[in-house]
Design a protein around this ligand. Structure first.
Ligand SMILES: [Zn+2]
Ligand SMILES: [Zn+2]
Length: 295
C-alpha cells in the first residue's frame, strides 16, 4: 500500500527529472525537451515551417506553381511530391549541420519530421478520396482510403559524394522513416555521376543534365517483384474474404525519399528508372515522392 503511494508520487517526479536539464540540439540551451516538440526545445520547435496547406497538388509547393502545369513541362513519371517543411533559413542551417558538417545527431530529428510529413500525406489522400493524376495519363492512380506506400527507397548519391560525405543523407532519412512506419526499405537506384551546381542552370539544362544519370541496381526488378507478390497475395486474400470484391487495378506504390525538392528533375529521373524496372517485370509502379523540405 505504502509502496503504491510512493510509486504514485515518485513516478511523475522521475519523469520530470528525466526531461529537464537536457541540451537542445539546435540552440544549445539547457532546458526541458519533449517528444511532442520533436526532441528539441519548444522555441526551436516553433521555428519549424510545417507545410500544412499546398497550392500545387503535384509538387507540394505552398505558392502558385507554374512549373507543373506549363505547356511542355514533363513528361512526369511520379504521381506527386509532398514535403514536410519549407526550406527556410533555419531549416537550411539544420540541414547543413546534418548533411555537410556530418552532425549525425540531427538524423533522429529530421526522421521524426519526415514521419509527420508521411502521416500528413496519408491524411490528405484519405480526404481526397480520388486523387487522379492527370500528369500520368498512362497510369491513372486511384488513391484509396488508408492510403499507404508499399515500399520505400531513396535518391542515391554518386560514389564520389559518398566518399566525400561518408553517408547518403537521403538513405539515412529513408531507412529511419521505414523503421518508424514499419515499411520495407530497399536500395533500388544508383547514380553514375554527380552534376555540378544546379542553381545557375535553366530548367531545360537541368533536365538534360539528369538524362542517364540514374539507373536501377541489377537486383531492383527482382526486389520490386518480390514486394509486389507479397502485397498482391495479401490483397487477394482480403478480397476473397470480403463479400463484394472490388477490382482495383494493382500498382506497387514506391515512396521515394530525398532531403530537398527543388525542380523535381532528380525525382523525375529516379521515378522513370523505377517505373522501367517494374515494367521489365510486368509490374505497374507508381512513384510518390516525400522530401524533408520544399525549396
Ligand atoms: Zn532549442
Ligand atoms: Zn507544382
Amino acid at each position: 500500500m505504502l509502496i503504491d503511494t510512493l510509486d504514485r508520487i515518485l513516478k511523475p517526479l522521475y519523469r520530470l527529472l528525466a526531461v529537464t536539464g537536457q541540451k537542445c540540439l539546435t540552440c544549445g540551451r539547457t532546458t526541458s525537451l519533449s517528444r511532442e516538440h520533436f526532441g528539441i526545445c519548444r522555441p526551436c520547435s516553433l521555428l519549424i515551417p510545417w507545410i500544412t496547406s499546398l497550392r500545387c497538388v503535384y509538387c507540394g509547393r505552398t505558392i502558385g506553381c507554374p512549373d507543373c502545369t506549363r505547356e511542355g513541362a514533363g513528361p512526369w513519371h511520379f504521381v506527386c511530391n509532398r514535403s514536410a517543411v519549407t526550406y527556410s533559413a533555419d531549416m537550411r542551417e539544420w540541414l547543413a549541420q546534418y548533411k555537410y558538417r556530418g552532425n549525425e545527431s540531427y538524423a533522429p530529428l529530421l526522421i521524426r519530421m519526415m514521419e509527420r510529413g508521411y502521416r500528413q500525406m496519408q491524411r490528405e489522400f484519405r480526404n481526397r478520396q480520388q486523387f487522379v493524376s492527370s500528369r500520368e495519363a498512362s497510369n491513372k492512380s486511384r488513391v484509396q482510403e488508408h492510403w499507404q506506400a508499399h515500399m520505400i527507397t531513396s535518391v542515391p548519391v554518386s560514389y564520389e559524394r559518398l566518399q566525400e560525405r561518408g553517408f547518403n543523407q537521403a538513405e539515412v532519412l529513408a531507412r529511419g522513416l521505414a523503421d518508424a512506419i514499419n515499411l520495407p526499405y530497399a536500395e533500388l537506384l544508383q547514380r553514375d555521376r554527380h552534376t555540378n551546381k544546379q542553381s545557375f542552370k535553366s530548367r531545360m539544362d537541368r533536365l538534360k543534365d539528369m538524362e542517364g544519370i540514374f539507373r536501377t541496381l541489377p537486383e531492383a526488378g527482382h526486389l520490386i517483384e518480390l514486394q509486389a507478390n507479397r502485397i498482391f497475395s495479401s490483397d487477394r486474400k482480403r478480397h476473397l474474404r470480403s463479400i463484394a470484391p472490388t477490382k482495383v487495378p494493382f500498382s506497387l506504390r514506391i515512396l521515394l525519399i530525398d532531403d530537398i525538392y527543388t525542380t523535381g528533375s532528380t525525382i523525375n529521373a529516379c521515378s522513370q528508372a523505377l517505373k522501367n524496372a517494374g515494367q521489365s517485370q510486368g509490374i505497374s509502379v507508381e512513384v510518390y515522392s516525400l522530401t524533408w523540405a520544399r525549396s
